[in-house]
Design a protein around this ligand. Structure first.
Ligand SMILES: Nc1ncnc2c1ncn2[C@@H]1O[C@H](COP(=O)(O)OP(=O)(O)OP(=O)(O)O)[C@@H](O)[C@H]1O
Ligand SMILES: [Mg+2]
Length: 272
């Protein structure tokens, strides 16, 4: 066995390379290929959408109203069933996974939506505890584990992580929009997710609250290595906060580039 001093010296000479966010060396958390979805006969909303989200990477999906952003997010996770396409989540093929396997793999994904969907009449803390439902086997399991103090402690730590420990006992319907969205993020964190998928997470917030929420996402990808896939209408904000930008138009990804390489001409051409 190598003596520890020698081992440390060897370590110092050969530092472990951590792939940069978005680098093609980082493993994919989500890989989507050839996704198709129609609503009704002549309404093809996704027409062969392909993209990936790598570990620690923040990816923004932008596009005009009706371009297919929300449908793409939902179909990528099979919250809505696509008609075609192959999907790999955390290296597992979920294209035709049965609901049980799908739920198990999806338990590592935290969802945050424009409307935070908190339960209004219960406390912020209880809402965060709901984030554990997927792992504890639904409501029955949840009521059994409700009293477990380590879960409450974890929920409190999640609230602290989003800067709302002081609001734990406050009813959800007494929180501001920005606070509610941060509780929704804490609820997602309760799942200890590997990836967060957020559909228009700041669209209903004022600019200051919106920046706070995006800063929080930025910290989560940077410090905790959680991958992020989010949609936005705010092109500048998306560019500021993501490693890679996808532009979708009429159900097709027309641009897929590292955010630092996106030019005004790119945006003019693809986004208008
Ligand atoms: N459940 C549904 N039934 C029928 N049509 C739908 C359904 N969901 C979405 N669509 C249609 O699919 C198209 C894409 O909708 P989607 O919500 O994905 O767009 P979006 O890019 O998220 O738009 P927005 O910026 O307004 O959120 C729209 O024309 C919409 O009307
Ligand atoms: Mg949408």
């Amino acid at each position: 066995m190598m003596p520890s001093a020698q081992l440390r010296a060897a370590d110092a000479q050969a530092p472990v390379a951590v792939p940069q966010p978005g680098s093609s060396e980082a493993p994919c958390e989500l890989r989507v290929e050839g996704l198709r979805k129609s609503f009704g006969k002549d309404r093809e909303v996704l027409r062969g959408v392909s993209f990936s989200v790598r570990r620690r990477e923040a990816v923004a999906l932008i596009g005009s109203n009706g371009a297919g952003k929300s449908t793409a997010l939902r179909c990528a996770l099979r919250l809505v069933e696509p008609e075609a396409g192959s999907l790999a989540l955390f290296d597992e093929d979920i294209s035709s996974a049965h609901s049980r396997q799908l739920r198990k793999v999806r338990a590592d994904v935290g969802f945050v939506f424009q409307k935070h969907n908190l339960v209004p009449r219960v406390s912020a803390l209880t809402n965060v505890l709901h984030g554990n439902l997927g792992r504890s086997g639904g409501l029955r399991g949840w009521s059994q584990v409700f009293a477990r103090s380590e879960l409450r402690e974890r929920a409190m730590a999640c609230l602290e992580r989003v800067g709302l420990a002081d609001h734990a006992a406050k009813r959800a319907d007494q929180l501001s929009g920005g606070q509610s969205q941060r509780v929704a993020i804490a609820r997602a964190l309760m799942q200890q997710p590997r990836m967060i998928v957020a559909d228009e997470p700041v669209a209903s917030l004022d600019p200051v609250a919106g920046r706070e929420v995006m800063d929080l996402f930025h910290q989560l990808t940077g410090e905790e290595g959680i991958a992020l896939l989010f949609t936005s209408h705010n092109v500048q904000q998306a560019l500021d906060y993501c490693d890679r930008v996808l532009v979708i138009r009429q159900g097709v990804i027309v641009l897929d580039k590292p955010s630092g390489q996106v030019s005004a001409a790119d945006l003019g051409k693809h986004y208008g």
